[in-house]
Design a protein around this ligand. Structure first.
Ligand code: NAG
Ligand code: NAG
Ligand code: NAG
Ligand code: NAG
Ligand code: NAG
Ligand code: NAG
Ligand code: NAG
Ligand code: NAG
Ligand code: NAG
Length: 777
């Protein structure tokens, strides 16, 4: 049961708004303000300041290393270290931002006790895992009594003893493979290696298959050959993984079936005091789980040698055994996990510089919490870059520059446990964000290597590539950041987003164009000790980014990107990249459709689902409130009568392509109009009346750009994942991190559900048609 608050938020955040109907109203209010006051102040004033130059000059000084040192000096697990909250707020304030600390009351778990024993058939413990990473002389972060234990956030408490089975990566396919090989995991403890999919889903699949406990470990076979076996020394003596390193992390189910990110006790609504709490087990597991190192897994997996099956594709690169599945009836594991579950306060920190257009906002976000005392890569390379961007924008403000749009910085708490801080605030401010936010720019791991990585909503592709052309890549002979990117990618392709970081609520729940960016390790770079004590200041300053030059480049890029979006008169989106993307996603999707589906007849009922009928929105009090249609029936008659009688899937697909092509056409002319208006705006010496007219044309046009992506939300959300509203982009329900384009269609193909496929095809097709029409008007 959802309370009233939830209903309200869900209804407004989730519906296929007709944002464009708002426009006449805007124009009206525009004229109102024209006669009222102050219209002459807007955007006519020429400023002498070159904003790009000011921020780039500011970033000639590089303080990233200072901020990295500060953030990684003390533990800052989610919901802890209020000192760092205050310090972050003070830095924002120092750089001229108006600040807020926004608390949420969130259900989490903290480590208390753990134990792992290998037991032989006489009941004797023959190996006791230390469950602790080594202290390293060279790396001060690894020492002292304040390091954070190895544990998995939201892993259930329990003390289980059972035979155990090795399940490769623990993907859905791996568990199916085990079944096909008659390896039964019911009642067993399952050992899986990290990689391929989000760890919480490994635990979910283990649980779904009847396992009673899970061990997760990092296999050197997933370290791109940077291994001791290949002659690389272990950290801190070389780039290979330290053998005692452990990846902590959350085992929340994230984007899995039936679950949602955020506080698992408040799905879809904010965790403010007094919020109704629900059973969290839709989004978290019931079986205990522990993370261990490869050194710890060795004696355990060795006992499975020759037992059970040896399955192709299951082999890692540890020596001394052959990765048999087991079980071995002579050995059991005793796995004990104890955590303190409680509702805890978490703090987001915000900083804002108001622009002239206060209803057009750009948010730059990064989380602050880390699994470990350090966290120099995850997330505090991002935090260092965020502060550098704050400093640079602060310089610009100090120079007297007036920003065109409002710029807001967010420092989130609790990302690591399941995007807690960002999701809860996104749910709390859903209305405001959908009304005001133009774009969300995400930093998480800003630097863990030298390879530039982008993920984005396609409306931002154009500007992302443009800005990359303006900066030089630090390695000699490479050229610009753009040159580096296209060379590494083999082209200009920018992937779409899945999940695993704070952009999720913005893009997939609220329909706000989002970007995720950072420099990642490539195959030849030092192994990144993700969520391990070795993700420390020493590691980042000695191995990943000597001199913090990639931090500095990330700050320059993000600062320029922010200005590129905030300071251009016309919102700098390319809609044609979006519609082109859509065509190609549909194309790819259709190539997966089983041949025999194509000629299947479509019944009218299947083709038109009443409950999904067209929404009409209206403007109430300057606010868009979606409404149930009146006149739906006539619209529906029109729709169905168009569909004649004998339709097969193939004809419906053709029709969908037609609608997508027509959307593409509309976006082409719309983009041309954007360019034309921008050009007009830049024309000097226009007569006064022309400027006024242009002002309203631009305002109107910008609203279309700002709300474009909102049109691709579906009120009911995805199949079995109602929190995920976006019909084009989602995280894979079986992968967690990886993006899934056109999720409704692709999931229906995976599930061999013809009717559902048709329904989603209709939703996508109809949306494209509607948006195309709106862009034309
Ligand atoms: C940054 O760190 C350097 C080296 O520790 C120090 O000299 C400098 O004063 C610091 N600057 C700021 C602004 O904290
Ligand atoms: C179990 O381990 C103990 C201690 O090492 C040993 O004495 C005992 O013989 C072992 N039992 C079996 C069945 O191997
Ligand atoms: C941890 O170490 C610090 C300094 O080394 C010491 O002051 C503190 O008492 C220790 N805390 C605990 C709980 O041992
Ligand atoms: C966990 O179970 C094992 C085996 O039954 C037992 O020896 C151990 O004492 C238990 N640990 C705790 C903390 O209850
Ligand atoms: C798997 O093991 C469980 C528990 O021992 C048992 O109940 C179940 O029948 C087994 N499944 C198969 C397919 O053998
Ligand atoms: C288990 O131990 C017994 C007695 O030591 C032995 O006979 C048997 O082969 C062992 N089973 C396995 C699977 O190793
Ligand atoms: C849980 O939180 C409440 C309120 O913050 C606190 O009073 C209580 O001590 C906490 N319980 C545990 C076990 O930490
Ligand atoms: C569509 O997919 C086919 C192969 O399935 C490919 O040949 C064609 O180039 C694709 N078209 C687009 C626009 O992506
Ligand atoms: C798109 O535009 C092209 C060129 O103007 C035109 O030939 C084509 O029919 C249009 N397609 C759709 C689906 O509107």
């Amino acid at each position: 049961m959802f309370d009233e608050k939830y209903e309200r938020i869900d209804r407004r955040s989730g519906t296929n708004f007709h944002y464009f109907l708002l426009l006449p109203c805007l124009v009206f209010f525009g004229f109102y303000s024209l006669f009222n006051h102050s219209v002459f102040e807007f955007s006519f004033t020429e400023q002498d300041i070159d904003p790009k130059k000011v921020v780039l000059d500011a970033l000639e000084t590089n303080l990233a290393s200072n901020w990295s040192r500060k953030y990684t000096a003390e533990p800052h697990l989610a919901g802890t270290n209020y000192g760092l909250v205050k310090w972050t707020e003070e830095k924002f304030a120092e750089y001229g931002f108006d600040t807020t600390i926004d608390p949420y009351e969130i259900y989490v778990s903290y480590p208390n006790d753990h134990d792992l024993n290998l037991v032989n058939s006489s009941g004797d413990v023959i190996y006791k895992a230390p469950l602790k990473e080594d202290e390293l002389k060279k790396d001060p972060t690894t020492k002292g009594n304040d390091t954070i234990p190895t544990f998995l956030g939201y892993a259930a408490n329990g003390n289980v003893t059972a035979e155990y089975v090795y399940a490769n990566y623990g993907t859905r396919e791996d568990f199916d493979t085990l079944k096909e090989n008659n390896v039964n995991v019911t009642g067993k403890i399952v050992i899986v290696r990290y990689g391929k999919i989000f760890r919480g889903l490994k635990v979910k699949f283990a649980q779904d298959n009847g396992a009673i406990g899970v061990l997760l470990y990092s296999d050197p076979g997933d370290d791109h050959g940077i291994t001791p076996a290949n002659g690389y020394k272990q950290y801190p003596h070389g780039p290979a993984r330290q053998e005692s390193s452990v990846q902590r992390g959350s085992v929340q189910f994230l984007g899995g079936i039936g679950s949602a990110p955020g506080d698992p006790t408040t799905p879809g609504y904010p965790s403010k005091p007094g919020a109704e709490r629900q059973d969290p087990h839709a989004s978290i597991g019931k079986i205990p789980a522990l993370p261990i190192s490869y050194r710890e897994v060795k004696p355990i997996l060795a006992k499975l040698n020759g037992q059970g099956k040896k399955i192709k594709g299951f082999e890692g690169e540890l020596e001394g055994f052959k990765y048999y599945t087991g079980p071995n009836s002579n050995y059991t594991l005793n796995l004990y996990n104890d955590q303190i579950y409680n509702i805890t306060t978490m703090w987001n920190v915000y900083g804002e510089i108001k622009g002239e257009k206060t209803d057009e906002v750009i948010i730059i976000g990064n989380h602050r919490d880390a699994w470990i005392k350090g966290g120099a890569g995850d997330p505090n390379s991002g935090s260092a870059v965020l502060l550098e961007v704050a400093r640079a924008l602060g310089e610009l403000k100090k120079a007297g520059y007036k920003f065109k749009r409002t710029i807001v910085l967010h420092s989130y708490d609790g990302e690591e446990y399941g995007l807690l801080g960002s999701t809860e605030q996104g749910e709390f401010f859903a209305d405001k964000y959908q009304r005001e936010v133009i774009a969300y720019l995400n930093l998480d791991v800003a630097v863990s290597g030298k390879h530039f990585k982008l993920g984005s909503s396609p409306v931002l592709n154009k500007i992302l590539l443009e800005i990359a052309k303006e900066l030089v890549y630090p390695e000699e002979g490479v050229g610009s950041l753009y040159d580096h990117y296209v060379k590494a990618k083999g082209g200009e392709h920018i992937p779409t987003l899945g999940s695993g970081s704070d952009y999720t609520v913005y893009l997939e729940h609220l329909g706000i164009p989002s970007v995720d960016l950072g420099f990642q390790e490539g195959k030849e770079d030092p192994v990144y000790h993700y969520h391990s004590n070795y993700d420390s200041y020493y590691w980042i300053s000695e191995f990943a980014d000597k001199g913090f030059v990639y931090h500095n480049l990330a700050a320059k890029y993000l600062a320029l990107l922010t200005l590129g979006i905030s300071e251009r008169e016309l919102i700098n989106f390319g809609l044609q990249d979006y519609s082109k993307g859509l065509l190609s996603y549909l194309n790819t999707t259709i190539s997966r459709v089983p041949k025999e589906w194509l000629s299947k007849p479509i019944k009218l009922q299947e083709c038109y689902d009443w409950s999904d009928s067209v929404y009409i929105s209206k403007v109430t009090n300057g606010y868009y409130a979606p409404d149930r249609p009146h006149g739906t029936r006539s619209m529906m008659m029109k729709y169905t009568s168009n569909l004649k009688n004998k339709h097969t899937l193939e004809t419906v697909i053709d029709h969908a392509f037609e609608n997508l092509h027509s959307l593409h056409n509309s976006t082409l002319s719309f983009d041309a109009q954007t360019a034309y208006l921008q050009e007009k705006f830049e024309e000097p010496n226009q007569p006064f009346w022309q400027k006024i007219r242009l002002h309203y044309q631009i305002k109107y046009h910008n609203k279309y750009l700002q709300y474009f992506e909102r049109n691709f939300l579906h009120s009911k959300g995805l199949h079995e994942r109602p929190w995920f509203k976006h019909i084009i982009f989602a995280s894979g329900r079986y992968t967690g991190y990886a993006g899934q384009n056109l999720p409704g269609l692709n999931e229906a193909i995976e599930d061999e559900d013809f009717d559902r496929f048709v329904r989603w095809l209709k939703i996508v097709s109809k949306t494209a048609k509607r948006v195309s029409k709106r862009l034309h008007n």
